[in-house]
Design a protein around this ligand. Structure first.
Ligand code: FE2
Length: 286
């Protein structure tokens, strides 16, 4: 696939660990995607598995511009293993951290802004994907990882070119980073902010579900694995739990969802409201 990225983008990504923002969706497309947000996590294999049931998330993950960018970074054979809507409550901060999954295998994380972004920021420490230490390890050493300037100072003690970089994202824009990059978010405003995280890896990587979020001594599920979608190219490695994306969003899939919800003890009125909503939207709610 011909990538939209030029040579300087590749150099920046390799050295700095991030790219963007890029505009991917218009306002109408953002609102349409947000219809999928109420899908109950109860029926997903794990919490980062929004694509397991949502045709809308898969459609966005397959966005040609986005796939072109990702293939330019990790190659043509691409798996989507993680997707989740993140609602960040007002005045909340998510401190700098490493996603433990990308501490174990290679990949790229995309952060797509959707709603109430005016007073929110995504921040990263550039070049941190190459550092021999992580926020989780620093936290264990007693470092206050909520102190961004202190975290920057420590990062710079390893690599003086590290910078603390803040992004103001518009709805429909995404910023992406090499999976090991230290990142955080903050909502200064009084409205709940919504973003969609998409996480991709080459098919040569084997993916897992974390049981704990400590690092590097993360514990992993041994018998269940992330449902993955082959977004582009081919899977010669057969290491992962690949789903058939055509089944997702079908009537059978919805019936399976309701059945699982019922078996897991969801309240009948919730299930009935979901069915009503699906009927109204011709099974296009998610
Ligand atoms: Fe994260």
């Amino acid at each position: 696939m011909t990538s939209l990225l030029n040579e300087s983008s590749h150099i920046q990504y390799k050295a700095e660990g991030y790219l963007g923002p890029f505009k991917i969706l218009n306002a109408t497309e953002c609102e349409d995607l947000l219809k999928a947000i109420h899908f109950p996590h109860l029926v997903q294999t794990w919490y980062k598995s929004g694509h397991e049931k949502s045709k809308r998330i898969i459609d966005v993950a397959n966005n040609p511009k986005l796939v072109s960018i990702v293939s330019g970074l990790i190659g043509d054979d691409i798996l989507l293993w993680g997707s989740i809507f993140i609602v960040q409550s007002r005045f909340m901060k998510h401190d700098l951290h490493l996603d433990v999954e990308h501490g174990k295998w290679k990949g790229v994380t995309l952060w797509l802004g959707l709603r109430n972004l005016e007073e929110t920021e995504v921040f990263i420490i550039t070049r941190s994907h190459l550092l021999p230490i992580t926020p989780q390890e620093l936290s264990k050493q007693g470092v206050d990882i909520s102190n961004d300037q202190e975290m920057l100072r420590i990062a710079q003690s390893y690599d003086s070119k590290c910078e603390l970089k803040y992004f103001r994202i518009q709805p429909g824009e995404l910023v992406l980073w090499e999976g090991k990059t230290w990142h955080g978010t903050i909502n200064h405003g009084n409205l709940d902010r919504v973003a969609l995280i998409l996480q991709y890896s080459p098919t040569s990587e084997k993916t897992f579900i974390p049981k704990t979020y400590s690092y590097p001594d993360t514990e992993w599920e041994e018998n269940i694995f992330p449902p993955c979608i082959l977004i582009n190219g081919k899977d010669d490695f057969k290491l992962n739990n690949l789903m058939n994306p055509k089944k997702i969003g079908s009537l059978l899939d919805y019936l399976d969802t309701y059945y699982k919800l019922y078996k897991k003890g969801a309240a009948k009125n919730i299930i009935i409201n979901m069915i009503k909503s699906d009927l109204k939207n011709q099974f296009q709610t998610y």
